[in-house]
Design a protein around this ligand. Sequence first.
Ligand code: GLP
Length: 240
Amino acid sequence: MKIRVEENYRQMSCEAARIIAGEILRNPNLVLGLPTGNTPKCMYEKLANLCKEGVVDFSQVVTFNLDEYYDLPFDHEKSFHRYMEEKFFSRVNILPQNTYIPNGMTDSVERECKNYDRKISEQGGIDLIVLGIGPNGHIGFNEPGTRWDSATRLVELTEKTITREFDRSQNHPRKALTMGIKNIMRARKVLLLASGEKKAEIVDRTINGPISNDVPSTILQLHPDLRMILDEGAAGKARG
Ligand code: GLP
């Protein structure tokens, strides 16, 4: 595990974009796993700038998003389809047919999940997966209690996660489709980003805590090529 601490969120994002761009320069056909959430927003912006400047070319890159809400229309403001389109895909030269996101509007969850895992295999697996982390240690939407051998599937979101993401007075999803821990651990490289003091405790548990399904991110301790990029706030409680 390599841990790098940057002074602030912006620098954490620059470093993440730099690593991804470097991987694409080395392998233009890179298969990239991608997260949503607040954490990677600036990273996407930096990558879009690098693309605009001609530093990095996404025309042969393939992406697989980690997750998507179940039964939430793609044009909903919280949809990860919409997030990816607005924050990243529309701003780089990636081909739409090379971008995959679980289809939460599917009429057959089982078929959708199987197809998703099959498509990942057909692309030769994920070369580099970028992760954020939930305050309870969820990665993707693999909430506490997730089995280590889980693949893409439909999951129930915890109350905490729902409250964090949605205004409870409105209609909101209770489920999501997510890649499983097995998909994440099979990626050849993992890059985890965390920013801000509110992530400090979970970052410490992820690095130093016992490996336990109660904190899904702890399994990453066993990944042979894990890099964490933290800002000072998120690194504040990590021992050692
Ligand atoms: C989510 C996503 C995760 C994300 C995490 C952290 O809801 N499913 O992929 O990494 O929560 O989100 P944030 O970056 O907003 O703190």
